[in-house]
Design a protein around this ligand. Structure first.
Ligand code: 1CP
Length: 364
């Protein structure tokens, strides 16, 4: 890291459990539709075409940094978790105001052979992501570290089988209960791709990575241990090995398993340095469970940003006090992605209030 001359490495220090002068901050989905500058750059361009343009993807990645510096401590590369199913051979379209759609989802195990590529060329097919990372690093010029990310195997399989976002999860539940062995087989194939994808993002310059298991909470605790956790563990175990083969230094790893409050204790022992929390955890309770084993990340309800400045201040007071016991092993974030319709000034207020309240509370 030192070789790279980062001017701000708060996030990396906190992830490693080192001392920081204030809580580091960023928010999930910080480059997105709540920002007028994002909507202007995106215009009528197709979402995935923007992801494939290193010029546009890097410009969008920088937007929240330009707007919120010096209060923001990391950028996250503009892309999507669904670029992995695309590289595996599936078609995914982003429909305006509706979200991602797979015209031909994986509805039966027999379709694995015809719909998924036997060999996935991560370095080639996802080269545009690595190019976007390199371009972004140039534009960032060391001002803040850059996050790389992937979707967790369970969340990706859910999209590949459901064919898009879902409320009921009928199709993926049919798979895991009717075809548990085939489900594990595809989860393994996705895991292999995800590890290579993360390794290449780090090789291109990502300073820290996050695995998004957005649908972890759809599984029962017992099924989470079968269909998600083993693959999350494989990622944290095998990524450093793969980086060593590529002659690249390891980076801190974050796991965000939304809704998996039941698994917090196990996630703290799953090989990740940072564990993300959604807003349904009480911070002080999570700090007790973590017992200093990891750095916690989170977790204000993104909806609180709709409440205006006074509500945000109230929530920040609770948040900062809640994580006081983490003794600096805390990365401030929301409990999920920031949503469209939030006033960007209110996010600025959130950042400033965290800084103000933390300065008061942590000297008590
Ligand atoms: O402009 C638009 O209409 C597209 C909206 C959009 C954006 C800005 C989508 C579609 N994806 C993204 C970018 C994105 N996606 C980032 C960029 C970096 C940043 O955080 O600023 C990241 C990290 C993601 C990750 C992602 N995509 C997740 C995991 C995080 C989460 O929110 O749980 C998931 C589940 C997706 C799928 C996806 N992509 C887009 C949408 C609307 C969705 C969710 C669909 C659904 O299931 O309801």
């Amino acid at each position: 890291m030192a070789a790279e001359n980062l001017k701000n490495d708060r996030i990396l220090r906190a992830a490693r459990g080192e001392k920081v002068d204030r809580p580091p901050m960023w928010v999930m989905r910080q480059a997105g539709r709540y920002l007028p500058e994002y909507n202007a750059t995106k215009g009528n361009n197709d979402f995935f075409a923007v992801c494939r343009s290193p010029e546009l993807a890097s410009e969008i990645t920088l937007q929240p940094i330009e707007r919120y510096l010096p209060h923001i401590d990391a950028a996250i590369i503009f892309s999507d978790i669904l670029v992995v199913p695309q590289a595996m051979g599936m078609t995914v379209e982003m429909i305006e105001k509706r979200g991602p759609v797979f015209p031909s989802p994986l509805r039966q195990p027999e379709e694995i052979a015809t719909k998924l590529k036997e060999k996935v060329d991560v370095a080639g097919d996802l080269k545009y992501v690595f190019d976007a990372i390199r371009e972004t690093k140039k534009k960032l010029d060391g001002r803040v570290p850059l996050y790389g990310f992937v979707g967790a195997p369970w969340t990706l399989l859910s999209y590949m089988v459901e064919g898009g976002g879902s409320k009921m999860f009928c199709e993926i539940k049919r798979w895991v209960f009717k075809h548990p062995e085939e489900s594990k087989h595809v989860l393994q194939r996705i895991t292999d791709v995800v590890i290579e994808f993360l390794a290449r993002q780090v090789e291109a310059g990502a300073n820290i990575v996050q695995v998004f298991d957005s649908w972890a909470g759809e599984l029962s605790p017992a099924d989470f241990r079968v269909f998600s956790l083993p693959y999350l563990r494989q990622i944290s175990a095998r990524l450093p090995q793969r980086l060593a083969e590529l002659n690249v230094a390891p980076v801190p790893m974050t796991v965000f398993a939304k809704g998996a409050w039941f698994a917090l204790d196990e996630l703290c022992d799953s090989g990740y340095q940072v564990v993300g929390l959604d807003w349904t955890y009480d911070p002080a309770e999570a700090v007790k469970v973590a017992r200093g084993r990891v750095t916690l990340q989170g977790n204000m309800d993104p909806g609180a940003l709709y409440g205006g400045k006074e509500a945000i201040t109230r929530e920040v007071e609770k948040l900062v006090r809640g994580f006081k016991g983490a003794k600096g092993r805390w990365i401030c974030n929301l409990g999920h992605g920031i949503t469209p319709g939030v006033n960007p000034e209110d996010l600025g207020h959130f950042f400033k209030e965290v800084e103000r309240v933390a300065t008061e509370v942590y000297k008590e």
